[in-house]
Design a protein around this ligand. Structure first.
Ligand SMILES: Cc1ncc(COP(=O)(O)O)c(C=O)c1O
Length: 435
């Protein structure tokens, strides 16, 4: 090549949630059953969409008009419907013009950071959902700037850490929060959110709030949306149907711009994001047509509540099984459908093992762990080889902590208990294999 081919930022792109699948497939090829605890796809975990939802989608698929392009920002009626839903919350007010559709929230995440000046940074949580941290780091060609989520304090953001990082880093122009959070499953209290808004106001920052799990809460929790608490601060809420419907294969999500007019630079960023979608023509149309019909149906609220209750029940079962292991830092979850479980300091050591019956699998795992890898990754490989359970190491979520993320999605209770009991047994065996 006459000139370097790859941008500096390309090295920041990684997605362990899918990387681990390559390893799991190798184990599966040796005849081991794999329990996929790596990805937040309810459909893959046997969730069945109600018949009435599939009927609505089938009706739309029968209409010829569903197959054309739609306006770049998305179908007007759908944007009006969503703007009304946000306005009905009683906080910030928006119009259909403040909404833009994307091909899944992943597409929206890619675009939000791409048009920010490379030296300007958006600080995000650690552990981080890697689509955000990778995209933000790739835009800056630099590793992510993060504030701590504290496992000793229910995974709430460490607000002193956030404040100091913002104060002493003039490059920070925005704060990202994910609420309810992936990977921790935590839902943030009102005071915490108000404090984050106050920090943004003090330092003239904008807020990005990923709310893809906004309506997935359980065990008594309720999410405050960015729209409820943002007041006069500029911000972007990111929403979608991948998790709440759930229809991840639809590739459909949207951004809501709040207080666009209060800051000229922010307003230009929103316009640039709209233009970026315009040069692609538009996003997926059929799911946009379906949104008001499904989300506006009174049956949807009931369905979501029942589905949330079942996630809540699974959260309790997992808590009963893993919460009792003394070497773990375990927090009960209240939203989204993940839990991040941390090994207490000093419990993971070199040379720890689990017994792997299959000779070929054992050799494979031993070769993977012979490289210089994080302790939690080593544990995850052993768990995969010995128990066939595929989880994601937490060190891959921009975190110095050592642990792993599981999902709360297994619909079959007997299978759920089996998976989490074998994770617990694996942990106990692994930790006690070396003194
Ligand atoms: C916090 C968060 N944001 C965005 C996404 C991506 O959503 P989509 O499937 O709509 O691209 C996910 C997927 O797991 C997520 O957990």
């Amino acid at each position: 090549m006459r000139q370097p081919l790859l941008s500096e930022g390309a090295k920041e792109l990684s997605y362990e949630i899918r990387e681990i699948v390559k390893k799991a497939e190798q184990i599966k090829a040796e005849g081991q059953t794999i329990y996929w605890e790596n990805i937040g796809d309810p459909i893959q975990k046997n969730h069945i969409l109600p018949e009435w939802i599939r009927e609505i989608i089938a009706d739309l698929a029968r209409q010829n008009d569903s197959y054309g392009y739609c306006p770049s920002k998305g179908i007007l009626e759908t944007r009006k419907f969503l703007a009304e839903q946000t306005n009905a919350r009683g906080g910030v007010k928006i119009t259909a013009d403040d909404i833009c559709f994307f091909n899944g929230l992943g597409d929206a995440i890619g675009k939000v950071y791409q048009y920010i000046t490379p030296t300007s940074r958006v600080i995000g949580p650690s552990p981080a959902y890697s689509t955000h941290s990778s995209a933000e780091a790739a835009h800056a060609s630099h590793e992510p700037i993060t504030y701590k989520l504290d496992p000793n304090n229910k995974w709430y953001p460490d607000l002193d850490d956030l404040y100091n990082k913002v104060k002493y880093n003039p490059n920070v122009v925005g704060i990202l929060l994910i609420n309810p959070d992936n990977p921790t499953g935590m839902v943030y209290p009102l005071d915490t959110l108000k404090r984050i808004v106050a920090i943004a106001r003090e330092f003239k920052l904008f807020l990005v709030c990923d709310e893809i799990y906004l309506n997935i809460t359980y065990n008594g929790a309720k999410t405050y949306a960015l729209a409820d608490i943002i007041e006069d601060v500029p911000g972007i809420a990111m929403k979608g149907i991948s998790k709440e419907l759930p229809w991840p294969g639809a590739r459909c999500g949207w951004m809501e711009y709040y207080n666009r007019t209060v800051d000229h630079d922010f307003s230009r960023l929103c316009a640039a994001i709209d233009n970026a979608k315009m040069i692609e023509v538009c996003s997926t149309k059929l799911p946009q047509l379906a949104i008001p019909k499904i989300l506006g149906d009174p049956r949807f609220k009931v369905y979501r509540e029942e589905t949330n209750q079942r996630i809540g029940r699974r959260s309790k079962i997992i808590s009963e099984i893993l919460g009792a292991v003394p070497e773990l830092m375990f927090n009960e979850t209240f939203g989204a459908f993940y839990n991040t479980i941390i090994f207490k300091e000093g419990t993971l050591k070199p040379g720890q093992k689990m017994k792997i019956e299959n000779e070929v699998v054992r050799k494979k795992v031993e070769s993977w762990v012979s490289e210089n890898i994080q302790f939690d990754k080593r544990f995850v490989y052993y768990l995969l080889g010995a128990k066939g359970v595929c989880v994601v190491p937490i060190s891959s979520f921009c975190s110095e902590l050592q642990g792993f993320r599981v999902t709360l999605l297994e619909e079959d209770e007997a299978t759920l208990i089996k998976i989490f009991s074998s994770i617990r047994d694996g942990i106990v065996e692994y930790l006690h294999s070396v003194n």
